[in-house]
Design a protein around this ligand. Structure first.
Ligand SMILES: Nc1ncnc2c1ncn2[C@@H]1O[C@H](COP(=O)(O)OP(=O)(O)O)[C@@H](O)[C@H]1O
Ligand SMILES: [Mg+2]
Length: 259
């Protein structure tokens, strides 16, 4: 189920503005890949090109190739809605649907996919997804209660349950812990460790300790100057990145000299 992602010569634009230039990397299946780098260097922009969310913004476009397990995402025959289903996304702020119960939140993606499900099938998807997101024990007796009634950390795990309910191949996470307290952050990090046996995971984080804790490989993005496009400066195993990086700019960033 988990898939690798090959990114070649990717340039990403917002209208005429070249936001990110010349990205080449391979995201391995069943690994956690972290994107780090200073604010504005294009981490979220690159992440959104991996499930065709970028082009939702008017005037936004992508050049180059993104290939997921042999399938070129930007091929004209590819349906972007199907891509977004296979490649799920978890955002910075937990965003459960405010009017929906915990149960219906988990199934929201499945319902958008217009599947007419039987009750016992729906029940089993809800249970499996909440277990997968390490939330089942906390919510199993209150599934009909609103998703918004959960704590921030629980809401984020609910969003992860919603993302995995559609059985995606890849999970993209954009600073999923930035709105959470340390205990909830640690719960999400444990969950990321568990999920990588089934999913390919890409996580953007501004927290370098988090990148070091959760990821197998790390990409460091940077920009030469304001207004210049962001670039992938170095892509390496996380261990090497944080002990003996190849690029002086990576060394400067991880040792806290800028950003
Ligand atoms: N919706 C948008 N419209 C125009 N420019 C954008 C938009 N989103 C991001 N950008 C620009 O693209 C560049 C990269 O931004 P972003 O990917 O958000 O960086 P990061 O996630 O690393 O902080 C920045 O110059 C930012 O201002
Ligand atoms: Mg960002």
């Amino acid at each position: 189920m988990a898939k690798s992602i090959d990114i070649s010569d990717v340039n990403i634009y917002y209208g005429d503005f070249l936001a990110v230039q010349g990205v080449n990397m391979t995201v391995k299946a069943r690994q956690v890949t972290a994107f780090i780098g200073p604010s504005g260097c294009g981490k979220s922009t690159v992440l959104r090109t991996l499930n065709r969310m970028h082009e939702v913004i008017p005037g936004a476009r992508v050049e180059g190739k993104v290939v997921v397990d042999g399938q070129s995402l930007y091929d004209p025959s590819v349906d972007p809605v199907a891509v977004r289903r296979q490649i799920g996304m978890v955002f910075q702020r937990p965003n459960p649907f405010p009017t929906m119960s915990i149960y219906d939140n988990v199934l929201a993606g499945n319902k958008l996919n217009a599947k007419k499900m039987k009750k016992d099938e729906a029940d089993s998807i809800v249970e499996k997804s909440l277990k997968g997101a390490n939330l089942w024990n906390e919510v199993k007796d209150r599934l009909a209660k609103p998703g918004m009634g959960l704590s921030g950390g629980q809401q984020q795990r609910l969003c992860i349950a919603r993302a995995i309910a559609v059985e995606p191949q890849v999970l993209l996470m954009d600073e999923p812990c930035s709105a959470l307290d340390p205990i909830s952050t640690s719960a999400i990090e444990d969950l990321i460790h568990e999920l990588k046996s089934d999913y390919t995971i890409v996580i953007v984080t501004h927290n370098m300790q988090q990148a070091a804790r959760v990821s197998d490989e790390t990409g460091f993005f940077n920009l030469k100057a304001t207004g210049e496009p962001g670039q992938l400066v170095e892509f390496n195993s996380t261990t090497k990145m944080f002990s003996n990086p190849d690029e002086p700019a990576t060394e400067a960033y991880i040792s806290g000299r800028f950003g």
